[in-house]
Design a protein around this ligand. Sequence first.
Ligand code: PLP
Length: 346
Amino acid sequence: MAQIDWDSLGFDAYRTRTVVLAHYRDGAWSDIRTTETFSFTIDPFTQGLHYAISCFEGLKAFRQKDGGIIIFRPEKNAARMARSARFLGLPEPSEEMFIRMCELCVKNNMEFLPPYGHQASLYLRPLLFAPHPQMQLVPYPEVILAVMCAPAGSYYGAHLRSAAAVIPGDFDRAAPKGTGSYKLSANYAGTFVPYQIAHAQGYAELLYLNSATREYVDEFGSSNFFGIKGDTYVTPLSDSVLPSITNLTLQECAADFGMKVEKRPVPLEELSEFEEAGGCGTAVVITPMSHIDMKPVLAAPEVSRSFRYEEDGAVGPVCTKLYKRITGIQFGEIEDTHGWCHKIQA
Ligand SMILES: Cc1ncc(COP(=O)(O)O)c(C=O)c1O
């Protein structure tokens, strides 16, 4: 195996040693198995491809300061995958099975788990999909749960570096009472083109508004939104936002710091009242936003409003404090008083 440069890892698909698999057939899950074959043979009529009968998760394993290995809050990802599966009508993997497969994925790919001290982790990607060839939308006789992993560093090329975001006036992410709060593969398909347009203009992120009225902040394309106002951590309450486990963790960290936490609808206007604002998620951890521009048409040059959070490029104190707290707990440098770190035996 080629030597991995742990300090320059980004966030990419990676060919590790094994993938962990379970099949659901005839009403029951098979035994869990591992394979070194990084490919599936699938029928061209596969439901997962045609109708996006597919959902996934993202969580991380860490090598801690004392040499131990943990997965961060895997029971929350298990519960969220079960919820996504219910929405799609797929069989739910139990929490026990989900966690066992994640643990096995770490153990079987140990040489890809970054050593302590590099601000890097092993990203786990469980995927649940219907591989059966079928034209009609009827129950799925076969389902695959695959857990793969990739060593991961920073999402945007640096840790705790601020980025710019744009509110696209001509794109929405999720319909009211639709799929937005589930981690469905389909939710990401509609963000690819807007991301390409935004990236070409130097924006790292897209901030979506609620699609019903476009009066409230929903979330970024790949992370939740939070804003800091005085000693209050504010994050949107919306039924079209993915319930982020990182956001939940940061809310608890903020409360530990004695901050107030408000989870409520966040009017667009309020973006001008925050001292700091950012995105949070497993992959990005925290991405402070230097500014958020609003554009009536994403591809056109006109910016109708701009909300600024950093004048001199310096990341704000609350984002910094929260980032240090969450990563400190993940790497075992700060005591895990909430019991978030799920230890695994190597
Ligand atoms: C749309 C979206 N929102 C929020 C998140 C953050 O969720 P979590 O903190 O559970 O990773 C993600 C990333 O997984 C995401 O894709």
